[in-house]
Design a binder for this molecule. Structure first.
Ligand code: NAD
Length: 367
């Protein structure tokens, strides 16, 4: 029997509440599809600070190193907000994990079912088919990591800060590969977003994407937008997009805009894929909901479990090659939402249900 070995890091706030539901769903599909789950739960973020004095304890990192994937909840909250910035849960756990596992590719589906159109801040007339797109963001290069990155004091006493935006051809090609694979599983369209009218890195980005796709993926329809126009298009006509391919900072901003037009953060999953292959010959990855720890609703049992459950589906697909099981989970989530079983963030006129009730409905649709 195929064994899926992964580390579970529920984190803080609603993290443990929604993680429990995702594990139930995974156990259900594992039984049905006859694979074995082998996972270890470890502390991360604020929970790890409270127990071990650091957001990413060595034992947690080691458990992840011995796994084929990480299923992550979310970290942070008011309790740890007064710590020095470099010790705070998100910065001291997620960023080191991205580095430790070279998580260079962030895949964020932007999905809004037509029946949930009310959740979007856009008028329903602008999104008659709902929203169904994917943002593929380069995650370990660009201005967030380029050197030099420093603040100096000049002779006249004024301060000067520098961030460097750096990209190499190889970094652009490997994220283009992820976008190609993603597009081939969908509508075969990639819109590459840059700022090639101003930035040297964007000129290289655009040249590389054009050359690489013409050689490796002539079947993909490629288009380009400057990032400012891409933001306008996302807010005005998101239906035109299939896969957006972009660099680190632009992707950071655009993927949040995409999340916002898709309504509730409780519905959006994400995958961050590593450069290394796991023992299944597939990318090692970290899978997490797009939202945070939602301190305003944590502990109330009302969080939407879908983002965490859909993150588990992404893990099955990308790190374990279990596409059939992943499809079934995604279908069950949609069925559940469509038949009106909804947590309060997406309930609107219907009566809202608890996290557990929503998860139970998803399990019954899986049957
Ligand atoms: P948030 O995403 O936690 O919450 C924003 C809003 O979305 C809140 O109203 C919340 O109730 C709602 N929401 C989010 N997920 C939901 C769900 N599953 N179901 C229903 N509603 C949901 O963002 P925030 O308030 O800016 O941040 C709270 C904490 O989370 C902070 O400490 C922040 O640092 C942390 N955070 C962590 C991550 C991560 O771990 N990757 C990401 C973002 C924020």
């Amino acid at each position: 029997m195929d064994t899926l070995k992964f580390t579970v890091l529920p984190g803080d706030g609603i993290g443990p509440e929604v993680m429990e539901t995702a594990l139930n769903v995974l156990n259900h599909v594992a039984q049905k599809h006859q694979f074995t789950l082998q996972y270890e739960q470890c502390y991360v973020g604020g929970a790890a600070i409270d127990r071990h004095g650091m957001a990413l304890p060595t034992a947690t990192l080691e458990a992840c190193r011995h796994s084929d994937a990480i299923l992550f909840g979310s970290v942070g909250g008011p309790k740890w907000e007064n710590l020095p910035p470099e010790e705070q849960p998100e910065r001291a756990s997620l960023l080191p994990m991205r580095k430790a596992f070279s998580l260079f590719a962030n895949i964020r589906p932007g999905l809004l079912y037509p029946e949930l159109a009310d959740a979007s801040p856009l008028k329903a007339t602008r999104i008659p088919q709902g929203i169904d797109m994917v943002c593929v963001r380069e995650l370990t290069g660009g201005i967030y990591f380029g050197q030099p990155k420093e603040t100096t004091t000049l002779d006249n006493g004024e301060k000067r800060a520098v961030d460097s935006m750096v990209y190499h051809t190889s970094e652009i090609e490997r994220i283009a590969d992820v976008a190609i694979e993603t597009a081939r599983g969908r509508g075969k369209k990639i819109c590459s977003v840059d700022k090639a009218n101003v930035l040297a890195t964007s000129v290289l980005w655009r040249e590389t994407v054009i050359k690489y796709l013409s050689e490796k993926a002539p079947d993909i329809k490629l288009s380009h937008l400057y990032v400012d126009n891409a933001a306008m298009q996302l807010a005005g006509n998101p239906g035109q997009f299939d896969v957006i391919l972009t660099e680190n900072m632009f992707g950071d901003i655009l993927s949040d805009l995409m999340a916002s037009i898709c309504g509730s953060l409780g519905m959006l999953a994400s995958a961050s894929l590593g450069a290394d292959k796991n023992s299944h010959g597939l990318p090692f990855g970290l899978y997490e909901p797009a939202g945070g720890t939602a301190p305003d609703i944590a502990g109330q049992g009302v969080a939407n479990p879908c983002a965490q459950i859909l993150s588990a589906a992404l893990m099955l697909r990308h790190s374990f090659g279990k596409s059939q099981a992943a499809n079934e989970i995604e279908h069950a989530v949609r069925q559940t939402v469509s038949t009106g079983t909804r947590t309060q963030d997406i309930a609107f006129d219907t009566k809202s249900v608890s996290t557990q009730q929503m998860a139970q409905a998803i399990l019954s649709h899986l049957e």
